[in-house]
Design a protein around this ligand. Structure first.
Ligand SMILES: Cc1ncc(COP(=O)(O)O)c(C=O)c1O
Length: 396
């Protein structure tokens, strides 16, 4: 075989999200894109802020020499300084440019972090359901993903996490606001988690909290997002602008390593080296310069909140059991029948594209990505009702 057995197996089981997206493309060709309600992919239709586009034009048309050359693997100094200042503002901690490494999106950032901290066989605890790419990001660096079920409301099950921690545990990966559930972990549950980790710390085992902040700014009704670096010293935050600034295709993000991490310099050096040897070399040059000034900006979050409310109401009135999301742009209702794949296929017949829960390690549920137009959400309303009613009447 021309490709490795390993990659061939991974590809076969790779992603329900992609599989549904591709299914949708076929249906769109057959019935016309306007007749397919595609909630499969977290690919926001929201455009970046106008001011950002203007800044992009300004930066791209600069005549300054050296704009397009290699740079230090961590990224431009002035960009990292701006970001460090922003991180200091939100955390109150003394971030400097040294604590920031610019990356190729959050995906690049997570790969760099795991490359830097994992030895073969080291375990990373991931609350489940989970964003399935995490499995690859950890596996890429010979780590072992340890999935731990969350509670019925998708909040952390501290007892289960306690039972999952062992000598091999190197990190816990926290994604909040969360894909696929939209849950935002609260301070109380994070403090309980931290108490567990502190116990281990006292016995000489360092466990990192790696926090994936891809949806950090997409948060509703004033929900408070606890500031993890203030709560736990060994916190590494991975951020991107794919979602909050609508720049998913531009591949820009960063790692912020808390100044309180013990021997933080060695972690910084490791991440810079990993950024290089993973072949990223550095994050995209123009985008670094552009996003530096937009740390305090985002796309219109109220638009997402309105969409969250609309889809939540549609689901509730159609008889679905669902937890109301506090952030991100996903909702994760219970499938009305235990077989979520069968259910998603039924939805397909009604031209609604969603992703089965099994694709997030949680069969019996399905994910809706509502980063689509309000029109798509509203037009899908009768179809959700139809499926809901027919299932209640036992017709499916
Ligand atoms: C939880 C989570 N982390 C990371 C990523 C990847 O982000 P990026 O496109 O910035 O690499 C995504 C993308 O959907 C995501 O949902």
């Amino acid at each position: 075989m021309a490709i490795s057995k390993n990659i061939s197996t991974l590809m076969k089981n790779s992603s329900w999200i992609r599989a549904m997206f591709e299914e949708g493309e076929k249906l769109k060709k057959k019935h016309g894109a306007e007749n397919i309600y595609d909630f499969s992919l977290g690919n926001p239709i929201t455009e970046p802020p106008e001011a950002l586009k203007e800044e992009l034009i300004r930066v791209a048309s600069s005549d300054a020499k050296g704009m397009h050359r290699y740079m230090t693997n961590s990224g431009y100094d002035d960009v990292r300084e701006e970001i460090a200042q922003y991180q200091s503002e939100i955390t109150g901690l003394p971030f400097t440019k040294d604590h920031i490494v610019m990356t190729v999106g959050a995906a690049g950032g997570l790969n760099v972090v795991f490359k830097s901290i994992l030895d073969p066989g080291d375990e990373v605890i991931v609350p489940c359901p989970f964003f399935v790419e995490f499995m690859f990001y950890i596996g890429n660096h010979n780590g072992v993903i340890k999935l731990v079920d969350t509670k019925d409301d998708f909040h952390l099950d501290i007892d289960k996490i306690k039972a999952a921690i062992n000598k091999k545990t190197k990190a816990i990966l926290i994604n909040s606001p969360h894909n696929p559930t939209g849950v935002v972990y609260n301070e109380a549950e994070l403090l309980e988690l931290i108490a567990l980790l502190q116990e281990r710390n006292q016995k000489g085992q360092r466990i990192y909290i790696v926090v994936d902040e891809a949806y950090k700014k997409i948060i509703y009704n004033g929900t408070k997002l606890p500031i993890l670096p203030n709560m736990y010293d060994d916190t590494v935050a991975v951020t991107c602008h794919s979602k909050d600034l609508g720049l998913a295709g531009e591949r820009i993000g960063y790692i912020a390593m808390s100044p309180r991490i013990r021997n933080v310099r060695s972690l910084i050096d490791a991440t810079i080296f990993a950024n290089r040897i993973l072949g990223f070399i550095n994050a995209p040059a123009i985008m670094q310069r552009v996003v530096a000034k937009f740390q305090r900006s985002s796309v219109d979050i109220m638009e997402y909140q309105k969409k969250r409310d609309a889809i939540y109401n549609i689901l509730v009135e159609s008889g679905f059991e669902v937890v109301k999301p506090a952030g991100a742009f996903y909702i994760f209702p219970k499938s009305p029948i235990p077989d979520d794949i069968k259910f998603v296929k039924t939805m397909l017949q009604h031209h609604i594209l969603t992703v089965p829960g099994v694709g997030f390690g949680k069969p019996g549920y399905f994910r809706i990505a509502y980063c689509v137009t309000m029109d798509v959400i509203e037009k899908s309303r009768p179809y959700f009702k139809e499926v809901g009613e027919s299932l209640r009447n036992g017709q499916q």
